[in-house]
Design a protein around this ligand. Sequence first.
Ligand code: ATP
Ligand code: MG
Length: 420
Amino acid sequence: MPIPSPQRDFAEKVVRQLRDAGHESLWAGGCVRDELLGRMPKDYDVATSARPEQVRELFGHRRTLAIGAAFGVISILGGKDEHGQRLDPIEVATFRSDGAYIDGRHPTDVTFTTAEEDAQRRDFTMNGLFFDPLNEKLIDYVGGEQDLRAGILRAIGDPAARFREDKLRMLRAVRFATTFGFTIDVSTLAAIQSMAAAVEVVSAERIGTELRKVLQHPNRSEGMLLLHETGLMQPLLPSLTEKANQLEPAWFDLLDQLNTIESDSLPVAFAALFSGCDDLQSVRDQGRRFRFTNKEIERTAWLIEKLPSIGEAAKVPWPRLQRVLVHEGAGELLALAMATWGADHAGVQLSRERLAWPVEKLNPQPLISGDDLVARGLRPGKYFGELLDHVRDKQLERQINDQQQAFDLVDQWLKDHPVE
Ligand code: ATP
Ligand code: MG
């Protein structure tokens, strides 16, 4: 049974309006696949025999956008649903076949054609299905339904030719197989293996987008195995090839364990990939190469760097652990630590208990600030940081409890550390 939604109703209306005007029109691709699997589609795409200019004519220029018109794609703008939420636009694409591919990514031109030929240009059988929502009829020119039911990811047509045309499809294969838990058909797999190195022609953004989807999915460990089996690991994540080659159990275990914490944090997954790596700069470089955000990259590096302090939480001085636990990334760090050592680990347990402390206990207001030091006549300088840290440590260790004691400590510290 399909899952009803305002977006689905809108997509049905678009098909009806095209049909009423005498054009063939069907839902196409991902939305048909998702509905067959009982999933809620992210978006609905419509394919039609109407030419782009006819689509614009029919829906009116004010309700349409022609950004993708060169490929025959017109976006129909949605109204608002009953909650006042604006509906997403529906992309209406004229049935087309792609011309010759030039750069291993893009066709030189497109020709408008029939639904059957349009199915042939799509990447995988599971993505090549059409559905007629008005008659509730599946239209399958590529054997997609059977593959979908069997959980097989298979290229449409000659796999080698299809990957030669567009190298991004190799990565899409791994992404779809990972996120749907599908098996890659043998000849499709063999074709990827034979040209995996050529994935380098794909833009960094597109590689990053696909990799992100694999990493954020609970099946990520399967995804890494697939990258390894297809030969895509070497060109994409060369520093991990060795771990994958050895099928290092601890590494795959860790990736599997990440599911138990139900986190879709990219930094947590990326840090798990590189856990134990002490070359943070190389991790940062790889994150940058995939166009992950600065925040994600810095968070990843922080997680890798701080993970050992959770491992030794029972042994490290509280002020040091406290500074880690009050960090914005503490929740992610704990998730990574739980995946690494399990929930019963002493350091994990201690950190969890502490994180549950009320904030005034976990992160009490500092007793004094730099301004207080200046007010007491001290000349600001680099030593301020060290001095305030020292006072803060003693406060967290509960050796001092009020401002007077803090200032006494300042006086003592200044005696021990004469400032020029
Ligand atoms: P998702 O749920 O991730 O959006 P999707 O199947 O909808 O999955 P899109 O990238 O939105 O994927 O593409 C929509 C459809 O266009 C696909 O289902 C497929 O039929 C076709 N398609 C997309 N990219 C390619 C490609 N590189 N080569 C061939 N066909 C493609
Ligand atoms: Mg889609």
